[in-house]
Design a protein around this ligand. Sequence first.
Ligand code: LLP
Length: 402
Amino acid sequence: MTTPYYLYDLKLLEKTLQNLIFHAADYRIHYAIKANTDYKINKLITSYGLGADCVSGNEILHALKCGFSSDNIVFAGVGKTDQEISIALENNIGCFNIESFQELKVIHSIAQQMNKHANIAIRVNPNVDVDTHQYIKTGINENKFGVSIEQILELVDYIEDTNCLSLTGLHFHIGSQITNFRNFEFLAKKVNFIIDYLHNEGVEINHLNLGGGLGIDYENPTENPIADFKNYFDVFRNNLSVNSNCKVHFELGRSIVGQCGELHTKVVYIKEGINKRFAIIDAGMTDLLRPALYQAKHKIVKQSKTHPFSKLKYDIVGPICESSDVFRKDYFIEELNRGDLLVIKSCGAYGQVMCSSYNLRSQPKSYYIETENKSSLNEEIKLALPTYLSLKNLVSNNIILQ
Ligand code: LLP
């Protein structure tokens, strides 16, 4: 296989989905398709009855092609074009997560022209700061996302005065790669406050979408291959005060697909610099942008363990003509030689989808470790799955439990 390439472990993805569904219980889950749009991966996710969270017209069309049901698709994004809005209306998606008053008016006018009806959730910027890289925070006042709490009532009034829009509820998303659960606790408490405030103003909220953001363990992916869904949902169970009619949705991306993907690459050259020893690999920022863009640190392992106890220090860098094309700095790893195969872990989310052709580079291919028969499921999960699937009313149980 020509390197660099992506390798996806569909068995791990299945285990992750089973664990997610088990802990989500009666919460409704949408997969944030932007994290990975690979067809096999998306198909497998649909077979577990999840909905889709899309942020472009093309993502909506892709979600439909992969089998997500249209009424289980939500559409967010601050810059929805007229064409994308028409695609969403044409396909009768479940809900628009609207991000500004002007966008709401445009959706209204296009829906009128097309003689269509649209469900609207108002994306609220709750001004909740989170412990993550500044480029992936989305819920503080200086971010472009959502509308302020003060604006909600004005939007609700507008929606109520129309014939073709209905208020579904509220949407939030405070950021990504969040591992400090106190951040989610603050979100839950802020949401309670907003719901109380709206209740006092005579507006009842029976639908909440709390976004995504649950982080994964980039440092110890082998020890922690599955995100901490249990504690994540427990934070909301323990802190969110909503009535039993209120449907609570989440849109998770990274925590579903992050650990199931790896980027395989070869060492092209070893070079002794003045202060540094460089391992130059054939994958670059065009194949995995996260380290260059967010200074993300992915674990890198050498596939053939030649000298497991003698580690040397390297800067592991790509071939692209940019000094930011660095995967790890001062990284200790077994001695490397030209031709050694390296595995960059935890690349399933925001890896392949962010590839570019800069330097006219070819796109990495995808390979898969296939799924196995579901009969090996643990008993507790077997019991939980049919309930979840029939609740979602999307796929028959025997797809999962053949
Ligand atoms: N909902 C909305 C509205 C979002 O914008 C996102 C992610 C999600 C859900 C899913 O969030 P997750 O569960 O994956 O954290 N490229 C960056 C991450 C950007 C996240 C964008 N929005 C990275 O590589 O870290």
